[in-house]
Design a protein around this ligand. Structure first.
Ligand SMILES: [Zn+2]
Ligand SMILES: [Zn+2]
Length: 253
């Protein structure tokens, strides 16, 4: 999307915010819509969908004839599957930013609802890929206190409801704050995240060990955070891990 279009969408989002919260209008274009805090069909269709991507890390792929990117082909990541809905591009990046840094929790419900619709459709087509439970990537205690909510958990709620899956809320914790991930090169981000998570409860449902867990986060950049948690979850005995992320940055940085 062009810079001009980006700033137009951003201005539009800001201007429309208070207005669309109260009235039944599309959040992005202000056309009348069925309910508050939603998108009209043309705006929903115009979102930056990811398209064909690597099965294990969701990096976009140019050709439909391959299912794994060169990186996953040469060294398998800890997760077995990854599903992302959007590219991290306008207006998804701005909606996520509004959710995280301006407490627009309703945006999280909207985005989680879009993800839920996508995942429901996917698992209807591929029931053999279905996980049994969800873990939202936890924030450190300090960051959770600062923000007041975990955006990944907000996103996970409509998904859990739509897919009828439990969210394991206290199953794991993030041990420490990590420096802003974007400021570090990919190799350092992975080092930075080693042992960042601990499993704090047995990963089971009604006494039965869980074989397949889905981990959800808002944005997958290098994938280092989700991969670190995937590794920890597998170490605790889970056989299969699927990653869900609302948005994917297009390149391994
Ligand atoms: Zn619209
Ligand atoms: Zn890959």
């Amino acid at each position: 999307m062009s810079t001009k279009k980006q700033s137009k969408v951003y201005n539009c989002l800001n201007r429309n915010l208070s207005k669309s919260i109260r009235s039944k209008q599309c959040l992005l274009c202000l056309e009348p819509s069925q309910s508050t805090q939603t998108l009209c069909s043309p705006c929903e269709n115009d979102l930056p969908y990811l398209g064909h991507a690597c099965r294990q890390c969701a990096i976009p792929l140019n050709t439909d004839s391959v299912s794994l990117c060169p990186r996953c082909q040469s060294k398998a990541p800890p997760q077995d599957h990854a599903l992302c809905l959007f590219l991290y591009d306008t207006p998804i990046d701005q909606l996520i930013s509004q959710l995280k840094f301006h407490q627009r929790l309703s945006y999280g419900r909207l985005l989680g609802g879009l993800m839920a619709k996508y995942l429901k459709h996917y698992y209807q087509e591929h029931p053999e890929d279905s996980p049994q439970a969800i873990i939202a990537v936890p924030l450190s205690r300090k960051r959770l206190a600062e923000r007041g909510f975990n955006q990944a958990e907000i996103l996970s709620r409509p998904i859990a409801k739509e897919l009828n899956l439990p969210i394991l809320r206290r199953a794991c914790q993030r041990n420490r704050d990590t420096p802003t991930q974007l400021s570090l090169p990919a190799k350092d981000r992975r080092r930075n995240l080693r042992d960042a998570f601990d499993i704090t409860l047995p990963l089971s449902i009604k006494g039965e060990p869980i074989r397949h867990i889905a981990l959800i986060d808002d944005v997958m950049t290098t994938g280092a955070t989700l991969e670190s948690l995937a590794k920890t979850v597998k170490t605790s005995g889970v056989e299969t891990v699927t990653l869900w992320s609302l948005a994917r940055t297009p390149l391994h940085i």
